[in-house]
Design a protein around this ligand. Sequence first.
Ligand SMILES: *Cc1c(COP(=O)(O)O)cnc(C)c1O
Length: 397
Amino acid sequence: MSTNEEIASLYSQYVMNTYVPSLTLVSGKGCKVKDADRMQYLDFTGGIAVQATGHCHPKVVAAIQDQAQTLVHCSNLFYNVNQCLLAKKLSEIGLGGKVFFCNSGAEANEAMIKLARLWGHESGRYEVICMQNSFHGRTLATLSATGQSKVQAGFDPLMIGFRFAEYNNLDSVKALVGDKTVAILLEAVQGEGGVLPATDEFLRGVRALCDERNLLMLCDEVQCGMGRTGKWFAWEHAGIRPDACTLAKALGAGLPIGALLATPRLSNVFTPGSHGSTFGGNPLATAAALAQIQVIEEEGLIEHADEMGRKFREALAPFVEKYDDLLEVRGRGLMVGLVVKGSAKEVAAAFREQCLLCCVAGEHVLRFLPPLNVTEDELEEGVEMMSYAFEELYGEA
Ligand SMILES: *Cc1c(COP(=O)(O)O)cnc(C)c1O
């Protein structure tokens, strides 16, 4: 079998250098993964919030196997059973209207931006107010909507029609609303931007502003959706509803799928030919999504995520008390951020030495996205690994 080092060397020769991985993962089960050197790790990256039911949940695996030997793909020139069942389910748990399927978060957000433009077209409105430090994807439209210069650098001219307000500051949003404004786009918990939840007050304020000015409220739930924050959708915490939202990461249990969900009033804005996707909602990806949703419901994983998230944040809080280098624990449900004074990458590397994997968000935030079915024991194990890493890094306080 190839080693971590051999695979890394093949990558450097043949794969474009857009990421900087450190390990080759070869297998996973639940919250554990193994690398090419046969080391086992506790995986709090969850494939960047994708593996909601953990790696290789038996019911998800069975659904994928079953569908793979029946019909993998047929294009959207034909109906397929799984796609409409998934749309029905997402409509019921979500916004009560129709669903459009694609293959990724960026694509789902592209669809949402196109929907808003098409809806606003007659009134000549196209401008979308986005948030500073947001993240909406890497395609040209979604990176233009992303409020981080590092994502945009070198790709100008960017697409026009996006303006940036300060997150959690309603006045700064209001100040940008003009004749051309058609929508306000935000993440109810910013993920890549640093695991920063919107305040309920801000979300309600944006909702009210949209109602008042006839704007669409668009929520990017690609990372914070699918139960991760302790609700199916993170906007639910504020008791409001957007006009449309997107899902992707955790939707397909690891198979590539994205979705745009709309309220009934936006459900017929797209018409035959106005948007499309060859792969979107294919039988295999939707089979995985249906199985994963069933597992989330059967195993009560949304309530579990809420409870585990609270316990996890409580377990991290003493470290912030103890070490001056640790500044804050934040997040919602099992979307947890730990803000550090120094380099988050360095701390993540120290965790890896202890066989714990996590993500970083920006320079200074460690981001934990364990599967929603992570156990209390696994969380404790992770916290213990962190305590060793902190001792190594910062010494006894
Ligand atoms: C990851 C992410 C995206 C982009 O999803 P891709 O599947 O990588 O295109 C968009 N929005 C948010 C909030 C994300 O976290």
